[in-house]
Write a new protein. Structure first.
Length: 428
């Protein structure tokens, strides 16, 4: 009888599962006639998601939660359309926040082939879930979706923007969310809504999130470490010495010929918890820039580098550059960053290319991406002298698409109905 080979992947404690699975020569086998779907009922995996890895061509992080603890949880995966499959064990990562117990699991697939279609499903002793698509990165051109702040009081707007973008741009390899994913980082209901509203997308392509200031807020609107965010996204690891202290706060990854660097700009919020964050992150950023050999460099940060004056408020706020801009923009110039994407102010602003704090075609392209939720600041900001394109006020939601090619990076901004709002190109 034909046999299917599985990766043991730390499954030594599995022992004998349901009928048709047995040990032989240290490797787990399953008889072809007895698939997990046939042997058992369905497994309801909650908040199932793909998460970006440092090398998206050959690996993928998968995460999910379960209503109750699972026995021998793992991910079964295979080439799309094939029967032979493999199984990798999941790690348990249970945590409690906002009084909610999260029975969470993570499993990383690390032996994947570039530019290849796979399918995967959650498995456990006695259950298996539905199959989902997984496509690894290739070496050539690609598209990705870029979502601004999605924080909301009602996440139907987030669903409309995100799922509309996904339906129109189904070839996107992954999606970015530029911080303030939720309005209150401690409220479990909001995280549930964020995941449920985009389930078809986040199970099919990986998320690459950016931490925002709202991820740090408690239920009474004080500041804490962003516990939920740091547990819900297992992101590419930092070097030894930084991983234990700052894991999942900032990171970098490659996709095609683009190197993405994701910054944590919450220095003010976290100063009482991590007084060395700014110094340590700058040192890491320098190292990250020096080590990459990719043609393109794109930086993602929540807080914007420019500072905007209030249009109607009497609070003094001079036009210029933010603390984050004064810190990082000279470094972006030094290391030849091609584009910088930010959020935070809930307003789409294309500032063109800036270098040495002034208009310069040789500098990085700066785009503040707008909003993808329902928290709006209508007509709050004055235009900045460096703005080249501002979406009409009062502003609606929007999203962006990055088309990365060998000769150019093309950024297109769209309104929720799919109509084009703005376009910018970086060439070299």
């Amino acid at each position: 009888m034909k046999r299917r080979t599985f990766i043991a992947g730390g499954l030594g404690a599995l022992g004998l599962l349901a009928g048709g699975i047995f040990w032989a020569k240290g490797t787990l086998y399953r008889k072809a006639a007895n698939s997990m779907r046939q042997l058992t009922g369905d497994l309801d995996a909650q908040f199932l998601r793909q998460v970006i890895t440092a090398d998206s061509a050959h690996s993928r992080m998968l995460m999910w939660q379960a209503e109750s603890p699972l026995v021998n949880p793992g991910i079964e995966y295979r080439l799309k359309g094939q029967e032979d499959s493999r199984l990798v064990a999941a790690k348990q990562d249970f945590f409690t926040d906002d009084g909610v117990e999260n029975n969470q699991y993570t499993a990383e697939l690390t032996d994947l082939t570039a530019d290849t279609e796979y399918e995967y499903r959650v498995a456990a002793e006695g259950a298996a879930g539905a199959w989902h698509s997984l496509h690894t990165a290739g070496e050539g051109d690609f598209q990705c979706l870029i979502f601004p702040d999605s924080q909301s009081s009602d996440y139907s707007d987030w669903q409309k923007v995100a799922m509309g973008a996904w339906q129109r741009h189904g070839d996107a390899g992954f999606f970015l969310n530029l911080g303030d994913l939720v309005d209150n980082g401690q409220q479990a209901f909001q995280w549930r809504e964020w995941f449920i509203r985009i389930e078809p997308m986040v199970t099919a392509i990986p998320a690459a999130p950016v931490m925002g200031n709202h991820e740090t807020y408690t239920l009474d609107w004080k500041v804490r470490m962003p516990e939920a965010y740091l547990r819900l996204f297992q992101l590419p690891p930092l070097p030894d010495g930084l991983a234990a202290k700052y894991g999942n706060q900032f990171y970098s990854f490659d996709y095609g010929d683009v190197h993405f660097t994701v910054l944590n700009t919450q220095f003010r919020e976290l100063k009482d918890f991590e007084p060395d964050l700014e110094k340590d992150e700058v040192a890491w950023f320098r190292q990250d820039m020096e080590q990459t050999r990719k043609k393109w460099k794109v930086v993602l940060m929540h807080k914007d580098g420019l500072q905007y004056s209030f249009k109607h408020r009497t609070t003094p706020r001079p036009e210029g550059f933010s603390d984050e801009g004064r810190l990082f923009m000279p470094l972006f110039d030094q290391y030849g960053v091609d584009a910088v994407l930010s959020g935070h102010l809930h307003s789409y602003r294309n500032r063109g290319h800036i270098r040495n704090f002034r208009r310069d075609a040789e500098g990085p392209l700066y785009i503040m991406a707008g909003l993808a939720g329902n928290v709006r600041y209508p007509d709050l900001w004055k235009d900045h002298a460096l703005d080249t394109k501002v979406l009409p006020q009062p502003e609606t939601d929007n999203y962006l698409v990055l088309e990365a090619g060998t000769q150019e990076l093309r950024f297109r901004a769209y309104f929720p109905d799919g109509s084009l709002a703005d376009e910018a190109v970086v060439r070299k």
